[in-house]
Structure formats: C-alpha cells, structure tokens
Design a protein around this ligand. Structure first.
Ligand code: MF3
Ligand code: CO
Length: 260
C-alpha cells in the first residue's frame, strides 16, 4: 500500500477545497434561514442548488451512485426520525420538527461536504439538547484532528461525549476522507471500532489530511433502518436524530474547519 501519506493535500489543493467548502456552508446557511412552518424540503433543496450553480459549483450529491441507485437531488434533507439521506419532498415543515440539511459541492475538481440540523419554531427541550450535544461533539472531534494524533482520538471523543448524555451514536454510517472525491479513505467512525471490526485503520494524523467529520446522534437507540424509499435512514425506534458535519484539515494543534 502507498500508505496514508498519499492523503496529504498541498496548500494549493486545500485552498480549492476551502472554496468548495465555503459554498457548502453558504448553501446550508441559505437553506437553513428558509426553515419555517409551511416551507417544503423541496423548496430548501431548490434554493441551495440554485445558489451552488450560480456560484459556479456543482452539487456533488446529484448523480452520486450508491450501489445501483443514483441520487437525484442537491441536498439530503432529513426530518425528525430521519437520520441522513432524506429525499427532499413536498411535505410542508411544521412547528416542532427538526430538519438536517446535508450538502456537498464540487468546484474546480475539489469537494466540500457539510451538514447542519435546524429547528422549526419551538421544539421539545430534549431535542434542543440533542442538537447542542451533537454540535459540540463535532467541534470536540475537530479539535482532536491534530498532527501526531490518531484517527480514533476523533472517534473516541465524539462517542464518549454523546454516550455520556445517554444518546445513541450511529454505527452504520461514518465520516470520511474528502478531496478530489466526495468520499475518500479513510473512514472516520464516530465510535471506536471493536477489535475485530475491519475497515477502520486507526491512522496517525498528518497536517494536510482532509476529513469530513459527521456525527449522527440519536435521542434513543443507535440502531437504524432504511425507509421504503431505499434512501432515507431512519432511527429504529422513531425517536429524533441530529447530524452535523464539517470538512476539516488536520493542522499542528487542532483541525481547521473549511465549511464556514
Ligand atoms: N451526505 C453523505 C455524506 O456526508 C453523502 C450523501 S450521498 C447521496 O457523506 F447520494 F446520498 F447523496
Ligand atoms: Co459526508
């Protein structure tokens, strides 16, 4: 194997990723500002897509293939018990919902990926707390992305913080390397894999490695299932889930967030 040093990006390449990631952040902010009762997730998708294209970017999820399926939208928009990969639809949002907006952008051959969960008006206190803790866990994970640390330092930090609050950390889906492709090695789990769980090398982090870190955290059980639409990932118990994601660069002392 060429080794994991091949994952290190130059400052020139990182600058291109910063441009794409900045578009991701702006598209999410724009769609997030529209979140209100009566607005549909198709409306949010359309606004985000138009913004990305107007800025000379390409919505990276559109046309993305998973197995034999091809994703048709710019954004994945997941409400309440939908964890990730929700399909934008014509159902109006209503007061008390939470809505996770996940967007990828490609520009000039380089990718950015990010997600944020928004509340529709007033939501239960426990849901606000879930969102807050998930957001904090992401920032704590990013802080671990420093030269000389190991990948599982990110994973462990996110897992321990979320589980200490009694939440379920999703295991079926994980973060990932990112750069010239939306999904690159390594996988970035939000939990410390078991001794015999393959596919998660605990690599040593080097400055210039770029990751999408994305905790998916459930109010109840960590277990998930796939909806009838074959895309949407739902919590197994129907309780809500939060999802925050940043594209980051490993730096000397902590990760640098590009999706802002
Ligand atoms: N949002 C996922 C990620 O963050 C990728 C979505 S792929 C799609 O890695 F096909 F569903 F769009
Ligand atoms: Co991602």
């Amino acid at each position: 194997m060429a080794g994991f040093n091949g994952m290190i990006k130059s400052e020139e390449q990182i600058a291109k990723m910063r441009t794409s990631a900045h578009l991701v952040a702006q598209a999410i902010e724009l769609a997030g500002a529209m979140v209100a009762p009566g607005v549909t997730t198709l409306d949010l998708n359309e606004a985000a897509e138009k913004f990305i294209v107007d800025q000379g970017g390409y919505p990276a999820f559109k046309g993305y293939k998973v197995g034999s399926q091809t994703y048709q939208f710019a954004a994945c928009i997941s409400t309440n018990d939908a964890v990730v990969h929700g399909l934008p639809n014509a159902t109006p949002l209503k007061e008390g919902d939470i809505v996770s907006i996940d967007i990828g952008v490609e520009k000039d051959g380089w990718f950015g990926d990010g997600a944020w969960t928004f509340a529709v008006g007033e939501i239960p206190k426990e849901w606000t707390k879930l969102m807050q803790v998930t957001r904090e866990s992401l920032l704590m994970g990013v802080a671990q992305a420093r030269e000389g640390a190991h990948l599982y330092d990110i994973s462990r930090t996110i897992q321990e913080y979320c589980e200490a609050h009694g939440y379920g950390v999703v295991r079926e889906l994980v973060g990932h390397g990112i750069g010239r492709h939306l999904h690159e090695d390594p996988q970035v789990p939000n939990f410390v894999p078991g001794r015999f769980e393959g596919g998660f090398p605990n690599i040593e982090l080097k400055e210039g490695m770029t990751f999408a870190i994305e905790p998916m955290v459930n109010l109840g059980t960590a277990r998930v299932k796939t909806a009838k639409d074959k895309w949407t990932v739902l919590t197994a118990d129907g309780k809500p889930s939060a999802h925050y994601e940043h594209t980051i660069v490993v730096r000397k002392d902590h990760g640098e967030i590009l999706t802002k």
